[in-house]
Design a protein around this ligand. Structure first.
Ligand code: NAD
Length: 294
């Protein structure tokens, strides 16, 4: 088993990397912020002083960064690709624009390095439990090489198509998630304003035709689900600004193909309003605060 370099140890990257350490992998880790690095070092990973030093001698490089500009900035802007062994495999797990994924994969390919876009679904709970869904774009041979390591962080692995296809599928999923979370918040706020208990209403919806991922696993009303970010002051989880980014990616993809996404655009505006109100760093289920009267 060769060395894995893991860069980006935030809400998702840290628990994903921890699962690799627990599985006995040799890991070199790096993040711009010290908190994630310290957590991984305490678990037995090697703390690298820079991304370049992390990837030195690595057979596999995994990145889990916020957005397109961070991924392109690191691999191309900072020329990290020049420091990666041509026999190494790069697994890029961030949710970014498909064209950025294709551009970085082509730059890797030009150096003989195989690269996959492998965005994930399942949230921080899925990352911690090792039950993520990986939605992969790229070469089938590269995916076969990646599979053993992906299986140590996730449960479901889909090959969506060539480079960038993983990102297209992920963007479609997250646009639907953004719509469903806003709709769930709207329905719960309506019920509570009309005298219902949010827990009772949530239990009813969870067993009725309005049920969805939010009502089953990630209820936006504080106190309904102990483990959900809503019950922890909307800390951790999936940031409102990251959801806003994903809805922006959906809008760009829609424009490029003249696809109508009226609900996706409405959701994008709701999260933008919410972020502009100073709640961009809170978990995206805090969109409930736009609707809640008390
Ligand atoms: P996060 O902001 O918590 O973590 C990102 C980390 O990347 C931060 O620790 C940051 O310091 C680090 N970073 C940024 N630029 C860097 C660089 N050049 N070198 C090293 N480190 C750098 O974000 P997150 O919630 O972990 O999400 C990461 C990605 O996963 C995003 O693209 C997001 O859309 C996606 N995602 C998140 C969730 C979720 O529930 N949080 C679920 C699925 C997908």
């Amino acid at each position: 088993m060769g060395k894995i370099a893991f860069i980006g140890l935030g809400n998702m990257g840290a628990p994903m990397a921890l699962n690799l350490v627990k599985a006995g992998r040799e890991l070199a880790v790096y993040d711009l912020l010290p908190a994630g690095v310290a957590q991984l070092a305490a678990a037995g990973a090697q703390a690298a002083p820079s991304a370049r030093q992390a990837v030195e001698g690595a057979d596999i490089v995994i990145t889990m960064l916020p957005a397109s500009q961070h991924v392109e900035g690191l691999y191309i802007g900072e020329d990290l690709l020049a420091h990666i062994d041509p026999t190494a495999l790069v697994i890029e797990c961030s949710t970014i624009a498909p064209e950025t994924a294709r551009k970085v994969a082509a730059a890797a390919q030009a150096r003989g390095i195989a690269m996959l876009d492998a965005p994930v679904s399942g949230g921080t709970a899925g990352a911690a439990a090792g039950t993520l869904t990986f939605i992969v774009g790229g070469d089938a041979g590269a995916l076969a090489r990646a599979r053993p390591v992906l299986e140590q962080m996730g449960k479901n692995i889909f090959h969506a198509g060539p480079a960038g296809a993983g990102q297209v599928a992920k963007i479609c999923n997250n646009m639907l998630l953004g719509v469903l979370m806003a709709g769930t918040a709207e329905a719960l706020a309506l019920g509570v304003a009309n005298g219902l208990d949010p827990k009772v209403l949530s239990d009813i919806i969870a067993k009725s035709s309005g049920r969805n991922w939010a009502t089953e696993l990630y209820n936006p009303w504080p106190g309904v689900m102990d483990h959900a970010p809503a019950s922890k002051g909307y800390a951790g989880g999936f940031g409102t600004d990251l959801m806003l980014k994903d809805l922006g990616l959906a809008a760009e993809a829609a424009l490029a193909t003249r696809s109508p996404i009226p609900l996706g655009e409405l959701a994008r505006n709701l999260y933008a309003l919410h972020s502009a109100g100073g709640q961009g760093k809170l978990d995206f289920s805090s969109i409930l605060n736009l609707y809640r009267k008390s």
